[in-house]
Design a protein around this ligand. Structure first.
Ligand code: FEO
Length: 395
């Protein structure tokens, strides 16, 4: 892929990673990703906005060579994470006069993470600007999109916002701009769920902060650019501000079928009562899909057998993750089976202190579920449907 012109003098110079399938050794990337870097030429100075993952540094360097970038004045680091900052040392080596522009906190992180020498930095405060001549870069501090040091860069004259991870999507595509909104919505929601959801209230503030910018293009550092910014702004607004929906998420594990029988029964009982259910077998599910479902859900019901006196390890992992992602859930419960005892409920609830939920009575069956267990599941379904109705959670 060659450099792509966004505006005269503004270029996409990033790298597309079609084959990457895991991020942070944790997050599934079913559709690959991209590391978008942008070159901005002013009448006097030239700036590079973010770099690329160090595994693809040659791609960025080739792009800069193809554009005959002999002189680079600034490397803007919106974010210190290595998928955007990892090629900064190589760029600084190539352009010895270039300075790294970032927040004071990002400066410290780049010194720690990438050993960038202290004299190579210009630390900028919120709303500070740098003139490139006939173009101006404005820096907007926006912590927690995705780390505490993050900022956004606004190219005033062209009304382009470079928000790095914010508004991004893990999606490898040759399209410079969004073409398939359905596909990008899904990828961006997955990204929000995995990266932004834990900081929902800060995201709300950052959305308010960019509301005053006149924006023609949002140019994130993952996925295609948005030339219709309203689409992604509205999506983010809904994920960050809306109340949960009439949805139950039901992640579970079953070893010999008892817990599965209970899960199937409860799913049917909830569906009969007009509640939408999203069921995930944790032995095979894409954990990103589970995270996405938690963005909108009002209730989580966790299904687990008792193993070695506690929840199944896959269920413990999912509970730990849900706790870390801090979704806007209102209710929770636990169902499952055991053979001789254990402390499954205490252990699982103890793993989710961040979830500010009302815990509904768990239903645990001794062995394969029997009539009394199914009655208890009916009662749980009644309670959930009633609570959702009382709160007017929309469909
Ligand atoms: Fe795409 Fe937080 O890095």
């Amino acid at each position: 892929m060659k450099p792509r012109e966004v505006r005269p003098g503004v270029y996409w110079v990033g790298a597309i990673d079609w084959d990457r399938r895991l991020f942070d050794s944790l997050i599934p990337l079913p559709d690959g990703t991209s590391y978008n870097s942008y070159l901005v030429r002013g009448s006097e100075k030239t700036a590079l906005i973010d770099t690329v993952d160090p595994t693809m540094e040659e791609v960025l360097i080739n792009h800069l060579n193809q554009l005959d970038v002999g002189n680079l004045d600034y490397v803007v680091a919106n974010h210190a994470e290595q998928d955007h900052a990892g090629t900064i040392p190589r760029v600084l080596e190539k352009y010895p006069q270039a300075k790294v522009v970032c927040t004071p906190k990002c400066k410290g992180m780049l010194i720690d993470l990438l050993l960038v020498p202290e004299e190579r930095f210009i630390a900028v405060e919120d709303k500070e600007t740098i003139s490139l001549g006939h173009r101006t870069l404005e820096f907007i501090h926006a912590p927690w999109v995705h780390w505490p040091e993050t900022m956004l860069t606004y190219l005033r004259e062209d009304r382009i916002l470079f928000p790095c991870d914010f508004f991004g999507s893990h999606l490898a595509t040759t399209d410079l701009y969004v073409t398939d909104e359905g596909q990008v919505y899904e990828a961006a929601k997955r990204y929000y769920a995995e990266i932004m959801m834990p900081f929902r209230t800060t995201i709300q503030k950052n959305l308010e902060k960019v509301r005053d910018c006149a924006i023609d293009i949002i140019a994130p550092s993952h996925g295609p650019m948005h030339d219709k910014p309203d689409f992604i702004m509205k999506a983010y607004h809904s994920w960050a501000f809306d109340e949960p929906k009439n949805i139950v998420v039901l992640p579970y594990i079953s070893m010999h079928g008892s817990t599965r029988k209970m899960v199937e029964y409860l799913v049917e009982a909830l569906a009969q009562r007009g509640v939408t259910v999203k069921q995930f077998d944790l032995a095979v599910t894409d954990i990103g899909k589970l995270a996405m479902s938690l963005v909108d859900a009002a209730t989580v019901v966790i299904g687990t057998p008792t193993v070695l006196a506690g929840p199944h390890p896959n269920v413990a992992y999912a509970a730990f993750l849900a706790n870390a992602l801090r979704p806007n859930l209102k209710f929770a419960s636990i169902i499952g089976s055991y053979s001789w005892g254990g402390r499954t409920v205490e252990q699982l609830t103890g793993m989710m202190p961040n979830l500010k939920v009302e815990l509904m009575d768990p239903v645990l069956s001794k062995g394969f579920p029997k009539e009394a267990d199914f009655k208890a599941l009916d009662s749980l379904a009644n309670t959930i449907a009633q609570k959702h109705k009382e709160h007017h959670f929309p469909q």
